[in-house]
Each structure stands twice: as structure tokens, then as C-alpha cells.
Write a protein that binds this ligand. Sequence first.
Ligand code: GRF
Length: 224
Amino acid sequence: MTMRIAVLVSGRGSNLQALLDAIADATLKARIVGVFSDRPEATALQRVAPALRWSETARTFPDRLAFDHALAEAVAACDPDWVVCAGYMRILGDTFIARFRGRVLNIHPSLLPKYRGLRTHARALEAGDSEHGASIHFVVPELDAGAVIAQAGMHVLPGDDPQTLAQRLLPLEHRLLVAVLRLAAAGRLAERNGMAYCDAQPLFTPLRLDSAVGLMLPDTATPP
Ligand code: GRF
């Protein structure tokens, strides 16, 4: 069965494009069933056919709950297997998360648990980190706090600034996202009681993306 993915976006949509490309070249057996945005002007929306687009501005709703409800209804109408936040800049409400719990993923540009929230590249530089990266995690009500499935790391180089870090990280994010969605498509990912599982094994440490091998699978996932 082809996995059905709903993608939530707020901006440029390069991660969405990575999924579309992987689907087009058949490296990812999936279908994008809807792209949802809190910003009608988001470039990401233009990457799919008009029939797949949904966008509303939150301020046209009476409150945050009403927006979340409308979003959840629209997403549910597409009957997705997975919901992927790919550069979605609004915090998802509890009711949205409860409705799709265990099936909502987010890509975050830091090696979580470091640097939840914004300005991740600048904060890694300010801390003098020698390594930086991106994480894919299950979404829970607390911001960027859900179980981490996989990470891609890279060295911070002398002279790096937030822009160079972001630029070097982006292709890794794309590879990481496609690799994790491939696992999801194969039915190999799950979340239970706040823990991520791959092949029914708990991930005590996130899977790592290796530049040569791709995603390193769970034989390395042993208890701490
Ligand atoms: C990415 O860096 C992602 O990690 C972050 O927002 C950015 C979105 O980029 N959450 P794009 O819209 O997918 O190009």
C-alpha cells in the first residue's frame, strides 16, 4: 500500500520538495495527499497542484483552538498515514496532536535535545559547538520535545555563521527526512509511551545518518 503523507509548511518548502523528488524517482513509495499552511503566501504551496493545497491565516479565526480544529479537520479529510511538519512555524495545539498522535513528525535544525525552538544555528555557534545537525522527532505538545528518531550531524567549521550552517545542513535535512519516511513507509517506525521504536526496538539513541551508508539501523540501539 502506498503511504499517504500530509505535509505542514510555512515557508520555502525545500523539505517538501525533497519528498516530492523521492516520490517521483520512486525511492520513496508514498503519495503527498495534502499540503497545509498557516501562510497562504508560502512558496511551499506552489510545489503541489492547487487541489492539494490548504491554507488559512490563523488571525482570521476567533482563537487558536478554532484554527487548530480547522487544520485538523482538513488534514483528517485527506486520510493521511503520517503528518510531516516540514518548516511549519506554528505550534500545533494539543487537540491536533492527540488526534494524530504517534503519526506526526517534525524536522528540526539542531541535534536535539540541544536548541529546541528558534535560532538553532546561531545558538550552536554561540555555544562553541564543534558539531551541529538536524533531528526528526515525533511531535508532542511540548515544543521540539518528542522522541527523536534520527539525526544527521556535521562539523562546525572555522568562519561558519548561521547562514553557512543552515546552507550546509539543508541537504542533510533532505536526505534525513526521506530516509526516515522510507522507514515509515515500510511500517518500521512507531511511538509508544514517549519512546521511538524502529523495527520494534526502542531507540535509546537516535538513528544516525551516515554520508556513505545512509541511515544506520538499530543494531546499535542498545540500552545506555
Ligand atoms: C528547515 O531548516 C527545517 O529544519 C526547519 O525549517 C526549515 C524549513 O525549510 N524546521 P524548508 O521550508 O523545508 O525549505
